[in-house]
Design a protein around this ligand. Structure first.
Ligand code: OSB
Ligand code: MG
Length: 374
């Protein structure tokens, strides 16, 4: 495919409410979008790096720089005929997986439009609907948390995930479980605990959780496997899984029994599919994580979640949970049974509202293919 130009854009977009995790609070999102123009079409990608290097070592500023100076020039001179070619094109650039993913996913997005097939189909997906959960941040008070859970259970979400950290765990779990003994419930610590906390974490078993997500270090397998031996509740790894080899190591070492797949964290759709397949072959279920995306990243998460082994509800929720107005049309909606319909239109199946994108843009740069090749 011929790529005529690559645009990088930064948008400012406030969340409808602040989102607090064990590593900090996000209120105003800085969104980095990639647009690839070629073949008379536009392929879009969203870089899920955060404003700060807290979840991963990338930020939207490091991603901008590495795309502008390294990845976009490589992509523009490569004439990729398929999204799956991107890992090879980017192979000499170490790390920067969220930056790579934004570009690679834009290539898949463009390719699906060129071939006039749904992105989900291009990725190998088969599901017509995907199952949705929600991730509920740490709240100022337990009463506010209960009110949030009430709202999301009433909305139909199939699984409630609570962000947790030392001091915000067993008490709130007890309160939520007492009120809702039957719901599918999980916690996500974003690496907030240490090995000394093992005795404490083992007490989470009594709450019948679907999983405990990333309790320990973001780069660890070994100590998670030690902890998993002591727990009945499955551990799910998020931060630790950077690629297919990590998934294989974690499964082999029994560091986890469930894997959270995020496209950005593993470097794009190709590696996300590879992680999915490796887990599937070994009987390990996966689900699609979220990174407070706008509709573009969200549309890509929906397409990815249509693959067979996404058997657990993901953190792919309705646009209105995040944004007053999303940048896609239609917005992502979740049914009263907690499902999102996978679009059967060509491409991502949600139009980008370019006027709104323009209006929200605070920084823009156009990188022309010819200049890059020269
Ligand atoms: O660990 O899953 C996480 C948001 C930002 C960074 C990390 C995580 C999250 C979430 C939110 O849990 C999921 C969502 O997009 O709703
Ligand atoms: Mg997580």
């Amino acid at each position: 495919m011929r790529i005529d130009a690559i645009f990088l854009r930064e948008l400012r977009l406030p969340l409808v409410k602040p989102f607090q995790t064990s590593f900090g609070t996000t209120k105003d999102r800085r969104i980095l979008l990639v647009e690839l123009r070629g073949e008379g079409l536009s392929g879009w990608g969203e870089c899920v790096a955060g404003e700060h290097p807290f979840f991963s070592d990338e930020t939207i500023d490091t991603a901008w720089l590495v795309m502008q100076q390294e990845l976009a020039p490589l992509l523009a001179s490569a004439d990729p005929e398929h999204g799956g070619k991107c890992p090879g094109i980017f192979r000499h650039v170490r790390g920067h997986r969220m930056a790579k993913a934004a570009l690679e996913n834009a290539v898949w997005d463009l390719e699906a439009q060129m071939r006039r097939i749904p992105l989900a189909e291009l990725l190998g997906g088969t599901r017509e609907t995907i199952d949705c959960g929600v991730s509920i941040g740490i709240q100022p008070t337990p009463a506010e948390l209960l009110a949030e859970v009430e709202t999301e259970v009433a909305a139909g979400y199939q699984r409630i995930k609570l962000k947790c950290k030392p001091g915000w765990d067993v008490d709130v779990l007890e309160a939520v479980r007492n009120r809702w003994p039957e719901i599918q419930l999980s916690v996500d610590a974003n690496s907030a605990y240490r090995l000394n906390d093992s005795d404490h974490i083992v007490t989470f078993d009594e709450f019948n959780l679907l999983m405990i997500e990333q309790p320990l270090w973001a780069d660890d397998f070994y100590f998670h496997s030690m902890l998993q031996k002591r727990l009945n509740t499955p551990i799910c790894l998020d931060e630790s899984i950077r690629n297919r080899r990590d998934a294989l190591a974690a499964i082999e070492m029994e560091s986890c029994r469930i894997i959270n797949i995020k496209c950005g964290r593993v470097g794009g759709f190709s590696e996300a599919i590879a992680v999915h397949n490796a887990a599937q072959e070994r009987g390990v279920p996966v689900w699609c994580g979220g990174m407070l995306e706008t509709g573009i990243g969200r549309a890509h998460n929906i397409a990815l979640s249509s693959l067979d082994n996404f058997t657990l509800p993901g953190d792919v929720s309705a646009s209105k949970r995040y944004w007053k107005e999303d940048i896609i049309e239609p917005e992502v909606v979740v049914s009263s049974t907690g499902e999102i319909a996978v679009p059967d239109l060509p491409g991502r199946g949600f139009e980008v509202r370019t006027d709104l994108v323009e209006k929200l843009t605070v920084r823009e740069e156009q990188i022309r293919a010819l200049e890059m090749v020269a």
